[in-house]
Design a protein around this ligand. Structure first.
Ligand code: 2RA
Length: 338
């Protein structure tokens, strides 16, 4: 049996990767509808060796499909996603539009697949933010084993998190600087080439950025535990693909580095790369980019605090951080619900 699928935002980086992953994982697509905002209408995209024309979302009747992936930005989701769900399809939304709404499940398939059943409330399932997904893939087994009290995390996030325009800005600025020209900042408020920016998304009233608060709100919702405290600093780095995170986790119960390594080895979706030797750890470029796993390295007990562990977590932000996670949600939907 095949399914009728729509991809909204098909020409963006995440949309393109969703199509690539649907094909790679042989998702049973019977019919595919590619949709986008006005600027991309009429473009042609290949899927399974067939060319598909991108159509306008405004004219689309979503009752023709069973699943619609939304990945065209929060304003498009705000305008169209609930209408699409009301027309009868299940929306898997990749934006921040519905993540914090009650009744909308926020799902990482390896962590809280049981929440998918709540799609029945609104017809919408939200995909978490990339930096939360990779962190919780590594931390959920620890939470189940030793009950997490507090998470301290610093992220090192790739420019592909801002889509194609982020990648173009880093490439363009790098080329200009290497040719002794002055770069322009269009996407980021400061130069990103050869630099590190302690700001992702807009500032909130409490002095944190929205990207940082996403890690707080989403962790508590996905783990179903508002007592877990999260203290994040989110940083943009001049890396094209792959977010890295230095994670420090403090637990209520005792936990050792050996136990964490054992948990990581048993957990689906995680690759443990942890040799105490030069280069014996995962990095964005050499391990995470273009891979599906979340890589965990540098697991060690905190020498300054009881029941606490430090670790390094790296993943492809466009794949597991967005497209793959959405496709995995769709796989569970078709296997168990529709
Ligand atoms: C970023 N979190 O890396 C975003 C992408 N969703 O900018």
């Amino acid at each position: 049996q095949g399914y009728k699928i729509a991809v909204v935002g098909a020409t963006g980086m995440v949309g393109e990767t969703i199509l690539e992953i649907l094909e790679q994982r042989e998702f049973p697509v019977e019919q595919l509808f590619l949709l986008a905002g006005e600027h991309s209408v009429g473009k042609s995209i290949q899927f399974k060796e067939k060319s598909h024309r991108v159509a306008a979302i405004d004219e689309f009747d979503f009752s023709q499909v069973q699943i619609a992936f939304f990945t065209a930005g929060a304003s498009i989701s705000e305008e169209h996603a609930q209408i699409a769900a009301d027309q009868g399809c299940i929306v898997i939304d990749n934006t921040s539009c519905f993540r914090y709404e009650e009744g909308v499940p926020l799902v990482i398939p390896e962590v809280n697949p049981e929440h998918i059943a709540d799609f029945r409330n609104r017809g919408i399932i939200a995909n978490p933010n990339c930096s939360t997904i990779q962190m919780l893939l590594a931390l959920a087994p620890i939470h189940r084993h030793a009950s997490i009290k507090r998470i301290n995390v610093a992220t090192y996030q790739a420019v592909s998190g801002s889509g194609k325009k982020g990648v173009e800005e880093l490439a363009g600025q790098t080329a200009k600087l290497l040719n002794a020209q002055t770069p322009e900042n269009k996407v980021y408020p400061r130069q990103i080439a050869f630099n590190v920016l302690p700001q992702i998304d807009e500032f909130q009233d409490n002095g944190y950025t929205k990207e940082e608060m996403k890690m707080v709100w989403e962790t508590q919702k996905i783990l179903g535990d508002e007592s877990v405290r999260v203290n994040p600093t989110c940083v943009r780095v001049p890396v094209f693909f792959g977010h890295s995170e230095a994670v420090h986790v403090e637990c209520w119960d005792s936990i050792s580095a050996e136990e964490v390594k054992e948990l990581m080895m048993q957990s689906p979706g995680i690759a443990l790369v942890d040799e105490q030797a030069d280069g014996g750890y995962a990095t964005a470029v050499s391990d995470a980019a273009k891979n599906d796993d979340v890589f965990v390295s540098r697991i060690r007990e905190d020498i300054s605090c009881e029941n606490a562990i430090n670790m390094w977590v790296v993943a492809d932000n466009v794949r597991k951080g967005a497209a793959l996670n959405s496709v995995q949600i769709a796989e569970i939907l078709v296997q168990q619900y529709i």
